[in-house]
Design a binder for this molecule. Structure first.
Ligand code: 2AM
Length: 196
C-alpha cells in the first residue's frame, strides 16, 4: 500500500434489487416534473448511510472494521418500511431528495449512534453533532441549480410505498470518486446480533 494512502469510507445499509428499483422509480416520477436539475443516484448505488467517516488512512481500516464488529455484536436486526419522498433541508429548498424510513428506526438509530460513538472514541471521525435521520437518498440537486418548490409533487408521493425489509446486516463501504460519479465497494459485512 502506498505511504499516505487514504480510503473514503462509510457504514451503510444495502437493499435488495426490487426495493432499489422501486426507490429509483419514485425518482423517475419526480423527474417528470424536474427534468435537468437533479443528479439521480445510480440504481446499484442506492443505500442508507449509517455513519460517514470520510478519508481514513489506509493503515487504520482495521480499526474501522473493529468498530463495525463491536457495534454489530450488540445491535439487533431492524424491520424497516421505506415510504414516501422528502427533501433536505426542506421541500421549499430541496438539495437532497430521499425516500423516508419508518418502522424500527430506534433500533437502527442505536446502531448508527454506536458507530458514531466508537468512531469518535477511536479518533476516526468527528461526531456529526446532529441527530441521525435515516433516509435513502435518491437524488441531489445540482450545485447552483434553482428548482421549483416541491411541496405539491412530494405531497402526492408522501404515501408511496417502496417496500418493507428486515435489515440483518450493515456494511463498511469504500467510495471511489471519479468524473462519472462514485462507485462503491463493500470492504466488510457485519451481521447484526452477531454476538448471539
Ligand atoms: P446522503 O445520502 O445523505 O447524501 C456516501 O457519500 C454517503 O455518505 C452518502 O449517502 C451521503 O449521505 C453520506 N454522507 C454523509 N456525510 C457526508 C459528507 N460530508 N460528504 C459526503 N457524503 C456524506
Amino acid at each position: 500500500m502506498p505511504a499516505g494512502e487514504s480510503w473514503r469510507l462509510f457504514f451503510a445499509l444495502e437493499f435488495p434489487a426490487d426495493i432499489r428499483q422501486r426507490a429509483f422509480d419514485l425518482g423517475r416520477q419526480i423527474s417528470r416534473v424536474l427534468p435537468q436539475v437533479i443528479k439521480w443516484v445510480e440504481l446499484e448505488n442506492l443505500h442508507i448511510t449509517l455513519k460517514f467517516l470520510g478519508e481514513v488512512s489506509a493503515e487504520r481500516v482495521g480499526e474501522v472494521t473493529q468498530v463495525g464488529r463491536k457495534v454489530a455484536e450488540v445491535g439487533k436486526p431492524a424491520e424497516l418500511v421505506l415510504r414516501g419522498a422528502g427533501a433536505f433541508p426542506s421541500l421549499r429548498n430541496p438539495r437532497v431528495l430521499w425516500v423516508g424510513v419508518s418502522g424500527d428506526v430506534d433500533v437502527l438509530g442505536q446502531v448508527a449512534d454506536g458507530l458514531e460513538e466508537l468512531s469518535a472514541q477511536a479518533g476516526l471521525a468527528a461526531p456529526e453533532g446532529r441527530p441521525f435521520k435515516p433516509h435513502l437518498t435518491i437524488g441531489r440537486v445540482r450545485r447552483g441549480a434553482r428548482i421549483p418548490d416541491l411541496s405539491r409533487t412530494f405531497a402526492e408521493l408522501a404515501e408511496a410505498e417502496v417496500g418493507r425489509v428486515t435489515v440483518e446486516e450493515f456494511v463498511l463501504m469504500r467510495s471511489h470518486l471519479s468524473r462519472h460519479g462514485p462507485t462503491y465497494e463493500v470492504v466488510e459485512r457485519f451481521v447484526l446480533g452477531g454476538g448471539g
